[in-house]
Design a protein around this ligand. Structure first.
Ligand SMILES: *[C@@H]1O[C@H](CO)[C@@H](O)[C@H](O)[C@H]1NC(C)=O
Ligand SMILES: *[C@@H]1O[C@H](CO)[C@@H](O)[C@H](O)[C@H]1NC(C)=O
Ligand SMILES: *[C@@H]1O[C@H](CO)[C@@H](O)[C@H](O)[C@H]1NC(C)=O
Ligand SMILES: *[C@@H]1O[C@H](CO)[C@@H](O)[C@H](O)[C@H]1NC(C)=O
Length: 540
């Protein structure tokens, strides 16, 4: 920083002693003026030496302050900044070689920088990286970035942006990354993003987005990562919201308010490898909710309000290797549900944290756990299943469910911590980063929100009643001949057939468990309030 005035001084000395250079510069400067802004009066202003202009509420530190030689500038607005019409913005033509430009705001009045300085950007054809932070830009206007054909990285986080106008981020042929996190964007229309042929990453986390128009991302055919986490998306999303995202590999919708996953909700996303839906309020996932995702490797549906999973939920997820279902209200997990991923079990890492008081109902639907515990070559999975407990108080109803619920959320923050530790251990099979999954739940509010008992509103901070250990049974103690609910697992009309066919199915799968991809399968199951569902009804 101290070097800047010094360098400016040296530069001035040089200029003073070198008429030839000055003449050259003037000639060049005039030439530029003729080309763009014929404003003779300002031809000597260099935006890298604005310290000398004490009437201007803007200054820039440059890597090389000489006219046209700076490649990086770090600019600050202060006091009331400069109005949009100010001629100073045009003076960025004194440094047309800039490839990296940052605007910061010093001071906090709302006027300091309340718009994208398009006039300045239009002078900078070489710009590759643009960052504006802590400004008070409410609206990004149309063509705000002046079609900067070399711009690759656009960072607009933390600027209080509420509205993205039509084609506000558009016609930027080389743009690869757009960061819009930490703003107040309310909705995304389908005319905001246009002409962005190589955009790879779009970060819109921590905004107020409650509406996304169908086709909003339709032109982003090369987009690989879309982060919509910590927004206000509610209900269910139309699959047409994701039209055109044929290259998308990672979709993050953590910490929204989604309630349902409809059929084929993500079917546009044929390349998707990771889907993060944790920390929403999802109560139901259609049996075909995840269909059309042949490349999905990681799926996180933790911290929702799922009471049951359709038998078809994991069908056709041929590449699934990591599945996190912790902190739901699951009452059971049937063989039919996990069967599609069974062949990948040998190398899976599975955590079932029933010890925390998280309780399945003891019934025949859980017998597969006993079998897998005995048969699998995966020692860790076997241990987890051996430890699994269920509740024998299987009369459905709010009272019983409440008792179980109590057991479940009794963990509190400490338990979250230990679960994360456990989770780290499972790293073996997981080849993608654990950032999101260990990042905790409900980062917006700190501690993870309490799982509600009655499926209604959240009851923040309510302590669950103590767990009644006397009602808990190890899953491995379930007896196939006497397990409660046996009559519900009916195949071909006879209970025996059901048991047999189930076992046969398992054994054949087990035998056929040829080497496959290693799998991290994090099954951490939360207690179920009064889920009454019997998942396992297979009727031919
Ligand atoms: C931009 O910088 C290069 C050297 O990096 C220089 O040759 C060229 O003259 C500069 N452009 C302008 C317009 O000054
Ligand atoms: C950017 O390109 C669009 C479409 O080609 C055009 O309508 C718009 O005027 C251009 N904006 C600027 C500032 O050049
Ligand atoms: C954004 O959402 C938060 C939380 O829901 C709310 O308090 C705030 O007023 C919203 N801000 C805007 C600008 O919409
Ligand atoms: C499991 O891992 C072992 C050794 O790491 C490997 O040889 C085998 O092919 C894997 N099997 C499956 C089903 O992934």
């Amino acid at each position: 920083m101290l070097g800047q005035p010094l360098r400016a001084l040296i530069f001035l000395l040089l200029v003073y002693q070198n008429d030839g250079y000055v003449t050259y510069r003037r000639a060049k400067s005039q030439k530029q003026n003729i080309r763009s802004y014929p404003d003779e009066a300002s031809k000597d202003i260099n935006i890298c030496t604005l310290e000398q202009k004490n009437t201007i509420n803007l200054f820039c530190y440059c890597d090389e302050p000489t006219f046209q030689l700076a490649t990086m500038a770090d600019c600050w607005t202060f006091n009331n900044g400069e109005p949009r019409e100010a001629s100073i913005w045009r003076e960025f033509k004194s440094q047309t070689n800039l490839t990296k430009l940052t605007f910061n705001v010093r001071g906090s009045t709302a006027q300091t920088l309340s718009f994208v300085p398009t006039e300045a950007l239009a002078q900078l054809p070489e710009l590759r990286t643009l960052e504006i932070v802590y400004a008070h830009i409410k609206t990004v206007h149309s063509h705000a970035f002046a079609n900067l054909s070399r711009l690759q990285d656009l960072a607009l986080g933390r600027n209080q942006i509420e509205t993205l106008s039509r084609e506000s981020i558009a016609h930027l042929d080389d743009l690869r990354v757009v960061t819009l996190g930490d703003n107040y964007i309310n909705f995304i229309n389908n005319d905001v993003f246009a002409g962005l042929p190589v955009l790879r990453k779009l970060y819109m986390d921590r905004n107020n987005i409650s509406y996304i128009a169908e086709g909003a991302f339709e032109q982003l055919n090369k987009l690989e990562e879309l982060d919509l986490s910590e927004n206000l998306l509610t209900g269910s999303l139309s699959r047409y919201v994701f039209l055109g995202l044929m290259s998308l590999k990672r979709l993050d919708m953590r910490a929204n308010r989604l309630e349902r996953i409809g059929p084929e909700a993500f079917a546009e996303l044929v390349s998707l490898e990771e889907l993060v839906l944790e920390d929403n309020t999802i109560r139901s996932i259609d049996g075909k909710g995840f269909s059309g995702l042949p490349n999905l490797v990681r799926l996180t549906i933790a911290a929702n309000r799922l009471k049951m999973l359709d038998d078809r939920t994991f069908h056709h997820l041929e590449k699934l290797r990591f599945l996190d279902m912790r902190y739901n209200n699951l009452q059971t997990l049937t063989y039919a549900t996990v069967e599609p991923v069974m062949d990948r079990f040998p190398n899976m890492t599975v955590y079932i944290h029933l010890q925390a008081g998280n309780v399945f109902e003891c019934d025949c639907n859980l017998l597969w756990m006993k079998r897998v515990a005995a048969d699998t070559s995966n020692e860790q999975l076997s241990r987890e299943l051996m430890d699994a407990k269920c509740s024998i108080n299987d009369t459905d109803g709010p009272a019983a469910a409440t008792g179980r619920q109590t057991a479940v959320s009794g963990g509190g923050p400490d338990k979250v911590g230990s679960r994360r530790d456990d989770n780290k251990l499972d790293g073996g099979g997981s080849d993608t980063d654990d950032r999101k999954e260990t990042g905790g739940y409900g980062s917006k509010g700190g501690d993870r929100k309490t799982v509600d008992v009655d499926g209604g509103e959240e009851h923040g901070g309510r302590l669950p009643p103590p767990l009644d250990e006397s009602q808990m049974v190890s899953v491995t103690d379930l007896d196939e001949n006497t397990c409660p609910g046996k009559e519900q697992a009916v195949v071909d009309g006879t209970p025996d057939a059901a048991q047999n066919s189930d076992r046969v199915l398992w054994e054949s799968k087990s035998a056929a468990a040829a080497p496959g991809p290693s799998v991290a399968f994090a099954l951490l199951l939360m207690p179920l309030p009064w889920a009454t569902a019997v998942l396992f009804r297979r009727r031919p």
